[in-house]
Design a protein around this ligand. Structure first.
Ligand code: SAH
Length: 215
């Protein structure tokens, strides 16, 4: 895998595009500028890696649009050492962004083939994170509670079991809705039993599906 001058140039342009769409967090922009996104796609799709679009990664899934990755990451307000649960590992790109920002990442993927491929791949890049094959609706109760939870698939409703895996004072960023139309939502855990919701506009994700896939 090569990261050429041409790739670097395209990546710089992508950063400016994401910035022009309203992302202001310099640490996040820097990380998007440093991770070779084309490594996360099959090599024949190099030129698509630096367009601000979602792209198929196999098993019927997609790598999220860079702007969407930046937007969700901005809402997470990552600080060094905080514990993050991601639902929907996919290509591993979002997880790598979080690791680069200093988060301790736990990520679940329901597609076994994708889980296996991505586990090998992120390890080959030298990223340290904890990847799991399982059902994101159930979360990882034995590894929680988490400071943050990020869902990278469209959720028909907010999974209750995941809310209980948030620390008090922590929050979840989740696109809520069906059929390719979701509203980005932040669910803040105010206390043991109180949660507060805020919304942040419309997005389109592949669906969050129940149970593991049967391969
Ligand atoms: N974060 C990814 C984007 C993944 S697209 C990236 O950066 O590339 C959404 C992913 O969520 C898909 O890989 C899909 O298989 C997965 N997914 C859908 N429902 C799930 C569930 N219930 N549990 C875990 N993963 C799920």
């Amino acid at each position: 895998m090569l990261d050429t001058h041409k790739h670097k140039g395209m990546r710089k342009a992508l950063v400016e595009e994401v910035r022009s769409k309203g992302i202001t967090n310099e640490a996040i922009l820097k990380v998007i500028g440093s991770i070779p996104r084309h490594f996360f796609l099959d090599s024949s799709f190099d030129r698509f890696a630096y367009q601000d679009v979602a792209f198929p990664i196999g098993s019927g899934q997609t790598i999220s649009q860079p702007y969407t990755v930046a937007f969700q990451t901005e809402l997470l307000e990552i600080r060094k050492g905080i514990k993050v649960l991601e639902v929907g590992t996919g290509s591993g790109y979002q997880a790598c962004v979080l690791v680069e920002l200093g988060a301790k990442v736990y990520s679940i993927e329901r597609q076994k083939k994708l889980y296996e491929k991505t586990s090998k791949f992120v390890e080959s890049l030298g990223y340290r994170m904890n990847l799991f094959y399982g059902d994101g609706y159930k979360g990882l109760p034995t590894y929680g509670p988490f400071d943050r939870i990020i869902i990278t698939a469209g959720a028909p409703e907010i999974p209750k079991e995941l809310l209980l895996q948030l620390k008090v004072g922590g929050w979840m960023i989740i696109p809520v809705g069906g059929d390719g139309h979701q509203v980005m939502t932040k669910v803040f855990r105010k206390s043991e039993f109180d949660f507060e919701q805020k919304t942040y506009g419309n997005f389109a994700f592949v669906p969050m599906l129940k149970n593991r896939a049967t391969d």
